[in-house]
Design a protein around this ligand. Structure first.
Ligand SMILES: Nc1ncnc2c1ncn2[C@@H]1O[C@H](COP(=O)(O)OP(=O)(O)OP(=O)(O)O)[C@@H](O)[C@H]1O
Ligand SMILES: [Mg+2]
Length: 369
């Protein structure tokens, strides 16, 4: 996600809630609000059927649904306010079913996994929220589902990277009361520091793993090919991917090119970054690997001031790579052209967009220099 300037947020920050809205899942004419409370997940499905003799509430639902459906727009504050208002009805259930516990001792990914799933029924009758029940949904035992498709089993899919269980991955923490708020990133595996990123879904990980297999098999060193490197895969017991482990890249905080570029960088340094990124993209393409989500946020500047291309997960970001070019060499070329402009031109549209207080919006139709 691109950093947001204050001018884009329309409402003041809401008071903190004892839950986290993780996002929205869209169906045909419905959407679900996904919520996390400690290590328990709650789901609130919403559809027109949930509004009985409630035309006003239904109009509001339809408006919000339209916003959720619009690509890239679930960051609309109205959507989050709406979701919070609904979630607040279930606060007593959240407290009852997902009480806070204090963690002590070593913490691993296994301790952080979800231990319960519940579906919350929300209905509006005669314009009043009336029926709210919460019931268990899916498996409650935290066990893995049997592997639905052997194609996704990382034990047979590849042999380049070691596999680790959730118990193998240690997560540092300071406050035992809020371990479930941690988004694990810096982790330790057999004493080695790694960057951890959980997979969106076990099958989505496969393409990225394939890319890193090609990189590893190329034999190119880090200075030959400046990209992040996979060091292992965290899987469930059935071999499905839970998350990926990468070699840790030490940076100054925050270490992305997005922020590094704003620090009075000499022209020679900018040229070096541009050449390093161009070289990395060319070599990736020679290996048959598409970077995908080309953008300044996906370049880290390491402690030696070298640019490192990261995040081969795919996808595109508005303003950088057109959606139609998703996962293509052409998309990389488009993104790279904009990235070069971002690095060398202080007034490039994407740089203006990132600056605090700027209202500048980059349109994909906008003329490129
Ligand atoms: N190998 C690494 N070593 C250290 N930090 C890393 C590494 N890879 C990524 N990061 C950190 O994590 C951030 C996000 O990484 P990445 O771009 O791969 O994930 P993402 O899917 O885009 O996540 P998000 O949506 O949170 O931006 C980076 O900006 C960087 O701060
Ligand atoms: Mg990224």
């Amino acid at each position: 996600m691109p950093p947001r300037s204050p001018s884009r947020s329309r409402s003041p920050s809401p008071p903190p809630r004892p839950y986290e809205i993780r996002g929205f899942e869209i169906g045909g004419d419905s959407f679900d609000i996904n919520i996390r409370v400690n290590n328990v997940r709650f789901d609130i499905p919403l559809s027109p059927d949930h509004f009985v003799q409630s035309p006003k509430a239904l109009v509001l639902f339809n408006k919000i649904f339209g916003l959720v459906k619009r690509d890239d727009d679930d960051d609309d504050p109205d959507v989050w306010d709406y979701a919070r208002e609904i979630a607040d009805h279930f606060l007593p259930d959240f407290h009852r079913l997902a009480p806070k516990k204090v963690h002590t001792g070593k913490l691993t990914l296994a301790d952080l996994r979800a231990t319960g799933y519940f579906e919350c029924e929300y209905k509006v009758v005669k314009e009043r929220p009336t029926i709210t029940t919460v019931q268990p949904w899916g498996r409650q035992d935290g066990e893995d589902d049997p592997c639905a498709d052997k194609e996704w089993d990382l034990r047979t899919y590849q042999s380049t990277f070691p596999l680790f269980s959730l118990e193998d991955v240690e997560v540092p923490y300071t406050d035992g009361e809020s371990v479930h708020d941690i988004i694990p990133q810096k982790v330790f595996v057999n004493g080695k520091t790694c960057f951890y990123k959980s997979c969106y879904s076990p099958w989505d990980a496969l393409e990225e793993v394939t890319k890193y297999c090609k990189i590893a098999q190329s034999g190119l060193s880090m200075s030959d090919l400046r990209t992040s490197r996979l060091s292992g895969i965290v899987t469930y017991r059935d071999g499905l991917a839970r998350g990926l482990l990468y070699d840790w890249i030490e940076t100054k905080d925050p270490g992305t090119l997005t922020w590094a570029i704003e620090h009075d960088v000499p022209r020679s340094q900018k040229n070096k970054w541009m050449l390093q990124i161009r070289d990395a993209v060319r070599k990736l393409h020679n290996l048959g690997v598409v970077w995908g989500d080309v953008k300044a946020d996906n370049v880290l500047i390491d402690m030696d001031k070298n640019a490192v291309v990261i995040d081969l997960e795919g996808g595109t970001t508005r303003g950088w790579v057109d959606r139609e070019l998703l996962g293509t060499i052409e998309g990389d070329q488009q993104g790279l052209k904009r990235l070069v402009d971002f690095i060398l031109n202080d007034d490039s549209p994407l740089r203006l967009r990132n600056r605090v207080g700027s209202d500048c919006e980059y349109e994909s139709e906008e003329e490129e220099s």
